[in-house]
Design a protein around this ligand. Structure first.
Ligand code: FRU
Length: 460
């Protein structure tokens, strides 16, 4: 029988078994990156929500650990965050030592409320403390906590109201309402997983909406604005990723720089993707900065292998330039710059084996616009799986467009125009069964350089 075989990613985190959605509790602590995640420990579909746990020292190789916070008969453990309570403001630490404190959503038939758990062994084992903030509502969730001046601030959503609520606390246990933000910007879908953080003098409010993203289904956006300690005021907003598959991204606690991890998926078809022992993967960690009020995203991982040049000054025309097949034997990073152009430049990533025909992905650059298309998949019964997503390239990058393309098994992530645009897309296919070709239509274009970096992870 023909069936889509799920391809296990090499450099993207995926659990060994069972369902995963949002990243939770991202924290850099004692030299280790911790990634907790929404997880069903007992099945490949959403349910029994608990926090899975993985750690890494380089954000590439992840070691998965035992489930950190397990659902029980009272509540499921929905999304949330972790802070290091260094001075033991909560009093939960043993012998006065500062514990790690998790704030998560306890979700039950009775409603959703924010709850606390703590760990005094650096995040391996957790003790539930209980609910600390309850509005008596059914869609109040996803607490993200950060230190502000000499107290804590929590950002959380009333998902169905399309509203963010800010709270403050001295001890992580008693919370006082500060202000509300929204509805504002995209309000077609519910609001989930907010994050608020400073970059320089500005503040960024990142948010996930489901549905309402222009590529179809769920997606992320960000507001840039000002936070005065009480309320957030937005000056502008934009989509955070222009592809179909980036959701629930939040940033690490415990780092000076801003590093975000998102879920590489879309709620609209997350349950229709091929079954495997596991279900779902994370997008690559991204470093976030701002340039002229625009979010700049660059990969926050450093490949162990050196990059090599595979082409130089290629005049692209109607005839295809094909990436040497040996360059697609593993997960790869492809860096190129396309100069000129009167032409339309078209990049195609497609299957070479018919029995494994995966959806082809096309990236077209024409008249200042980048267009990403993913074809339908014979094995996926969801009319929103075929995608067309487009985005305008900022003026200053149009004459020489740089593309930084990360091709892993199952996905492609594109960072374009010096990080000012990202497009994430699930392809489901194994890189080894694919072919990558580039051509120009309606004129010539110059590809000044193509570099390939092989991407390895010792963990996969
Ligand atoms: C976002 C989300 C969160 C919620 C979690 C439940 O994808 O719906 O709002 O806490 O997933 O798994």
């Amino acid at each position: 029988d023909l069936a889509r075989v799920a391809a296990r990613p090499k450099i993207h985190f995926a659990p060994q078994r069972n369902w995963m959605n949002d990243p939770n509790g991202l924290i850099f602590h004692d030299g280790v990156y911790h990634l907790f995640f929404q997880h069903n420990p007992e099945g490949t579909a959403w349910g029994n929500m608990s926090w899975g746990h993985a750690t890494s020292t380089d954000l590439i190789d992840w070691t998965e650990h035992a489930v950190a916070l397990r659902y029980d008969s009272d509540a499921q453990i929905f999304s949330g965050s972790i802070v290091s309570d260094d001075t033991n403001t909560s009093g939960l630490g043993t012998d006065g030592r500062g514990p790690l404190v998790a704030l998560y959503t306890a979700a039950s038939e009775g409603g959703q409320a924010q709850a606390v758990a703590w760990s005094d062994d650096g995040g391996t084992t957790w003790t539930k403390y209980g609910v600390v903030l309850d509005r008596g509502t059914s869609d109040f969730r996803d607490p993200k906590v950060f230190r502000y001046e000499n107290h804590w601030v929590m950002v959380t959503v009333e998902a169905a109201d399309r509203q963010i609520h800010l709270y403050r606390s001295d001890d992580l246990l008693r919370w006082e309402h500060l202000s509300a933000f929204g509805p504002q910007g995209p309000t077609e879908g519910i609001w989930e997983c907010p994050d608020l953080f400073p970059i320089g003098d500005d503040w960024v409010m990142a948010l996930s909406v489901n549905p309402g993203h222009p590529a179809g289904g769920s997606g992320m956006l960000y507001f840039v604005g000002h936070f005065d300690g009480t309320s957030f005021a937005a000056q502008r907003w934009d989509w955070l990723d222009h592809g179909p598959d980036y959701y629930a991204g939040v940033t690490f606690s415990g780092l000076d720089e801003r590093v975000m991890i998102g879920w590489l998926n879309n709620w609209i078809y997350a349950h229709d993707l091929p079954d495997a022992p596991w279900q779902g993967s994370m997008a690559l960690p991204r470093a976030l900065t701002l340039r002229d009020g625009r979010l700049i995203q660059t990969p926050a991982i450093v490949p162990t292998e050196a990059s090599r040049q595979v082409a130089r000054d290629v005049a692209l025309g109607a005839e295809e330039w094909v990436l040497p097949a040996d360059a697609l034997q593993t997960a790869v990073r492809l860096q190129m710059t396309i100069a000129s152009t009167a032409a339309t430049v078209a990049l195609t990533l497609e299957s070479v084996e018919e029995d494994q025909a995966a959806p082809s992905v096309h990236l077209t650059y024409s008249e200042g616009e980048l267009l990403l298309e993913r074809a339908s998949d014979a094995f996926i019964d969801n009319e929103l799986f075929p995608v067309t997503a487009s985005v305008l390239v900022p003026e200053e990058h149009r004459d020489a467009l740089d593309l930084d393309i990360w091709i892993d098994a199952g996905s492609v992530e594109i960072f374009a125009a010096a990080g000012s645009l990202t497009l994430s897309v699930l392809t489901l296919a194994d890189y080894r069964r694919r072919r990558l070709a580039i051509c120009a239509r309606g004129g010539e274009a110059l590809m000044t350089e193509v570099r390939v970096t092989e991407l390895r992870s010792s963990a996969h």
